[in-house]
Each structure stands twice: as structure tokens, then as C-alpha cells.
Design a protein around this ligand. Structure first.
Ligand SMILES: Cc1cc2nc3c(=O)[nH]c(=O)nc-3n(C[C@H](O)[C@H](O)[C@H](O)COP(=O)(O)OP(=O)(O)OC[C@H]3O[C@@H](n4cnc5c(N)ncnc54)[C@H](O)[C@@H]3O)c2cc1C
Length: 371
């Protein structure tokens, strides 16, 4: 999409030195207050954003349908209740799987094996996550303490750091005392940060950076921290740079990283879903949404029904005009394949309906939960 700099942004005051013009990113306009934009930006975090909005008139008569019970779907339900004042019983969370949590999983025992498809590293400024979990009661602390309190208790007393970030040359600790970035490398990083998302296009990381960049300690730290390959998307790298560059001084010894007490299911999903269930939110599993019905009126499209396979049967869940529908289809952990000590996992991609892979994978996990 072509971009033109708005008149209120143009001019020398907004031109970066040395010929860099900072074209605002998709949400950057929100940072410039003006009569037609007097509200804080949607991603603004400060005590000012910790207000509790007053109820929207009529919210008690509206329902919400949330497709996907990963952290995104659970957070949607949480905020609809806390900030949106929707009665919890009006909220239904649908999931193709047989258990909630999506990619935040953790189940099993020493006899049957464990299922944890990845550990999650966090840091202090996961603002939205901590905002949410400051209001979710901890499972193992007295009443009044939150999951955030528990998390701080664990991490403040058992801080994370590592004496060796990476080993090389058959057991030598790699020296990361400098990032090893040349002036050229530094400018390439700055330039990437200033680029608009839509300018980055389909470029790979390898296509963008000079060859020397890939020999630097910075790249070694960045790629091993966030699982980047040189053929990966440059846009994805840009987003990670924006998100985590403030943590860069803790990359070399991992001191920037926080870890939950247990796996992510037991630490986050279990207390949050307990709270939502106690409040009255309904969970409906074995329900794979595969299409939405719409009513069209000019430019406006309104969902009138959710087409879903419920227990293998095609069903339409009716949606009223005033209801809200949040669809979070697909999953990072969809298509997970398993091996064991004797069998390599076999990848089986393609030919699946949206959400279908979750049926089998999470079905196995639900079995492990029933202990
Ligand atoms: C190996 C690994 C390591 C990671 N490490 C980190 C980390 O260190 N730090 C970090 O912050 N993040 C990390 N992440 C990312 C993080 O775990 C995910 O971004 C997050 O859990 C995604 O949450 P979600 O709710 O968006 O989606 P998901 O958790 O994927 O949930 C989607 C849910 O929707 C359901 N669903 C999908 N389609 C349908 C449908 N059509 N109908 C019904 N249900 C449907 C699925 O069954 C699933 O339950 C990691 C992820 C992985 C896989």
C-alpha cells in the first residue's frame, strides 16, 4: 500500500539526521495528539492506562463468542469481563481441542511421558500479561495474592542467569563481552528499526544484512535467543527487535529472562481458566469453527453464525446482531508431530481444515490430564 506522510508530520522537525526520514509506522500516528485524536494509543502502557472503563450501555444483553482458548482467547474473555463489564455467563470460548490453553501446554508424568511443546521466556515488561495476571488469584498462595505476586516471589528469590550463554570449540565458553557490531552493522539495525512494516515486504534476513553481520556476537545472541535462521522473515526480526531490544544487555548471561514456577499450563492457564469458570464463562471443546456466515449491508459485514464441527457433526452456532465474535484461528503448535525413542516424528502438513490438527494433538494431551 502506498504511504504518504501526513501534513502534520512532514517537515524538518521530523527528519532524522544524516538523511534518515522516519516514515511513521502503522500505529505511529496515534502518538501525535491533535484535535481529532485525543486518546492514548491502543498500545500505550502507563498507570494512566490502568483505568476501569464504565460499562457500555446494553452490554449485559450482549454475548461474546471466542474461537480459540489459547492465551489470546482467555485474555479476550478476561478483559471483556474486567474492563468491558460483560456478564461472564454471556461468554463462550470454543476450541477444537479437548483442553484449554492452546500452545501453553504442559501435561504428563514419568510413566506416560510429558507434553510441553516449548518453554516460554518472559521479561519484566510483558505489560499486558502482568496487567492481566495481577488480577488472577494464585493457586498456591493465600487469598489476596495474584499469579503476578507468585511469579515475582519465584523469580526474585531464584533469579535466572547463566555463566555460559553458548559453548564453542568443544567446551570453551564463548566470549560475548562485546556485540562485535561494525558501524555498518549498527546502521543496518537502526535503518531496519526505522522502516515501515509494509516497506520490508517479503525480504529475508539474509537479503537485508551485509555478510559481516552474520559473524557478529549480536547475531549469535539474537538468533539463539529467538530461534532465527538467516532465511527467516526480516519483518519478523524487525518486530522482535522492537519488542526485545531493551533487554539486549541481558542476552549474554540470560539475566533478562524470567521463568514461570511450573510449565505454562499450570502456571498461567490453570489459574486463569479456574477464575473464568468460577465467574461463569462457558468452555465448549471438540468444536472446530471452519467458517462464518455474514450479513452484508453496504461496507458492513456482520457475523450471523459460526459454522463448526461439534463432536464431528456440522453445526451452525447462531450469533445475534449485537453479539461479539473473536476468531483466533490456527495455532503455532498446530501440526505438531511426535516421535519416541525408536521412531522419528513424521511431518504431515496440508490437507487439514483450520484447527483440525489441534483435535488429535490436544486429544492426546487431554488423556494425560485425566490422571
Ligand atoms: C516452541 C515455542 C516456544 C515459544 N517460546 C516463547 C517464549 O519464550 N516467549 C514468548 O513470549 N512466547 C513464546 N512462544 C509463543 C507463545 O507460546 C504463543 O505466541 C502463544 O501461546 C499463542 O497464543 P494464542 O492464544 O495466540 O494461540 P494458541 O495458543 O495457538 O491457541 C490457539 C487455540 O485455538 C484453537 N483453534 C485454532 N483454530 C481453531 C478453530 N478453527 N476452531 C476452534 N479452535 C481453534 C487451538 O486448538 C488452540 O487451542 C513460543 C511458542 C512455541 C511454539
Amino acid at each position: 500500500m502506498a504511504h504518504s506522510t501526513p501534513a502534520w508530520l512532514a517537515g524538518p522537525a521530523n527528519a532524522a539526521p544524516q538523511g534518515f526520514v522516519h516514515a511513521p509506522d502503522t500505529t505511529a500516528g496515534y502518538w501525535y495528539q491533535r484535535p481529532e485524536n485525543t486518546l492514548p494509543p491502543p498500545d500505550f502502557w502507563s498507570p494512566y492506562a490502568r483505568n476501569r472503563p464504565l460499562p457500555t450501555p446494553g452490554v449485559e444483553a450482549r454475548k461474546a463468542w471466542i474461537v480459540g482458548s489459547g492465551i489470546a482467547g482467555l485474555a479476550a474473555a478476561f478483559y471483556l469481563i474486567r474492563d468491558g463489564h460483560m456478564p461472564p455467563a454471556n461468554i463462550t470460548i470454543l476450541d477444537a481441542a479437548h483442553v484449554e490453553g492452546g500452545s501453553l501446554d504442559g501435561a504428563g508424568d514419568a510413566e506416560r511421558g510429558y507434553l510441553i511443546r516449548g518453554g516460554r521466556e518472559m521479561n519484566w515488561n510483558y505489560d499486558n500479561l502482568w496487567d492481566l495476571f495481577q488480577d488472577v488469584p494464585a493457586l498456591e498462595l493465600p487469598a489476596g495474592y495474584s499469579v503476578l505476586d507468585e511469579y515475582r516471589w519465584v523469580n526474585d528469590r531464584d533469579p535466572n542467569y547463566s555463566r555460559a550463554r553458548l559453548m564453542h570449540r568443544q567446551g570453551a565458553i564463548k566470549d560475548f563481552s562485546t556485540f562485535g557490531l561494525s558501524r555498518k552493522d549498527q546502521w543496518e539495525i537502526v535503518r531496519l528499526l526505522l522502516k515501515r512494516k509494509d516497506e520490508v515486504g517479503d525480504t529475508t534476513i539474509a537479503q537485508y544484512f551485509n555478510k559481516g553481520f552474520f559473524e557478529t556476537n549480536f547475531w549469535a545472541l539474537f538468533r539463539t535467543m529467538f530461534a532465527f535462521q538467516e532465511w527467516h522473515s526480516l519483518l519478523e526480526m524487525k518486530l522482535y527487535l522492537h519488542r526485545f531490544l531493551d533487554s539486549v544487555d541481558g542476552f549474554a548471561d540470560m539475566s533478562v529472562v524470567l521463568f514461570p514456577k511450573y510449565d505454562q499450563f499450570d502456571t498461567f492457564v490453570r489459574p486463569l481458566t479456574r477464575m473464568l469458570r468460577e465467574q461463569g464463562v462457558r468452555f465448549q471443546f471438540d468444536t472446530r469453527a471452519y467458517d462464518l456466515d455474514f450479513a452484508l449491508a453496504g461496507e458492513q459485514r456482520t457475523v450471523t453464525g459460526i459454522r463448526a464441527m461439534v463432536g464431528g457433526e456440522a453445526t451452525v452456532l447462531p450469533v445475534a446482531a449485537e453479539d461479539l465474535v473473536f476468531v483466533l484461528p490456527g495455532s503455532m503448535t498446530e501440526g505438531t508431530a511426535y516421535g519416541d525413542m525408536d521412531q522419528a516424528p513424521v511431518l504431515a502438513r496440508g490437507g487439514q481444515w483450520v484447527g483440525e490438527a489441534a483435535d488429535t494433538v490436544r486429544g492426546w494431551m487431554a488423556g494425560l490430564k485425566e490422571r
